[in-house]
Write a protein that binds this ligand. Sequence first.
Ligand SMILES: [Fe+2]
Length: 508
Amino acid sequence: MKRRSFNRSLLALAGFTAGAGAWRPAAANTSSWAEQFQQALQDHPWLLGYRSVTQDAFAADAEVSGKWPAELRGTLYRNGPAQHEVGGFRYRHLFDGDGMVQGYFMGPEGVRHKGKMVQTYKLAAERKAGRPLYSSFASDLPDPAPVTSADAVNVANISVLPHHGKLLALWEAGSPWEIDAESLDTKGVYAFSDHTQGVPFSAHPRVEPDGTLWNFGYVSQANLLVLWHINKQGQVVKMGKVQAEAMSMVHDFVVTERHLVLMIPPLHYEPDANTGSFLAAHKWHADKPTKVLVVDKNDFDNHYWLDLPAQWVFHYGNAWEDTAGVIRFDAPRSPDPVSVIDSFSELMRGNITPGTTVHHHQYQIDTKAKRVSEAPMFGMHLESEFPVIDPRVSGKRYRRVVMLSRNHLLKQPAHVNLNEVSTMDLDSGQRRSYRYPDQQIPEEHLFVPRPGSTPESEGWVVGSALDWHKGQMLLNVFNVEAVDDGPVATARLPYALPLGLHGKFVQA
Ligand SMILES: [Fe+2]
């Protein structure tokens, strides 16, 4: 397909995905959620992690304790929903929050932190109006403004992508936003080429060790997946489209040396006349399969579908493919999407409801026999999420996964979040864990290799946490070989921030 026609069709579809037709006014009391949250915060002070920021920028030098590794120099960039309330209106879902990009700058003189709201079109328009204007992911407004494109409601709140000298803040259904890597100021919406402006670019691109980037986007209204192949210079090598029978909110995917693998859970986009928000337009079909799409990296038109039981997966660790053509990958798997539909919504008014349990699974795809299978990995007592790897083995054989976890055999903390950071050795099955104190809630932790080391050997686990008891953020550094020994160094900030989602480390 010619690039120009590809772009034109996608532009229309991307706009339609977030079109005003998917939303309609709701008769909700727009102030009650903010009041309910404030009351709940009194009863459950750990909900500090979901309090809205009331300023656009944060900056502080951290107080460092312990022995900071001399070779750990660089910046941990993070992103996440941070502004949860606009003009007294509290968003109805965690994922509606406007994004804030943060940087933990680690230099010889110490650790300095900055955080800045991404100045999206939506943020600017709502600031100017002094009130919320748009219904977005799961929040209905009584009188929403029409949505003219996906980027009009793009809150840039999921992850960051450092690539070809750029720092991009990523959402799921629209364009990246370019951020200045030093000041964290927003430069504007970013397009990889003139022909791909506005084409959805997911928040979980996969970058190979040589810088080659693969990504996807989804266009719900058209049951369409978009595929991206970008080189290390940030140039679009090729694009593709795959028609699906039904579309869902596809959040992440995996890449091997030969294939892309995506899973479409049976939480189908099925808007009707009574549909409220974008999320509410999705219907769960427990009796339908999760469709597994296997795509040839060299030819996006060469692909096929396999079936797994109904399930929900946010994130994958990694994938690799052996010489016999068997793909293996891992993921925390839920039997259903209750958390995304209900729990992450109720949480915003401080209503703590049970989510779905999440257990790590290993998947295998035999690309010759065209068969897929799955099996639980670490025991059903262990919940996990935010799996990450040494970035130098992306798409290649790997054995180490760093993740957050929660062990249900142990005494449970007051909060509902995962409370451990774990390293898993997939070959030996050995797990090492550090249990955070109950007054601290960890965010995603990353595997940061020691410069010059062989892949998956020496390095650190680096991750932030909210100390809700003291109202401060922490940045912890662990030896990747012994996270169970606890942090070797900690950088402490003088303020608390909302719990975020994903980050990336950039070596100095
Ligand atoms: Fe994610």
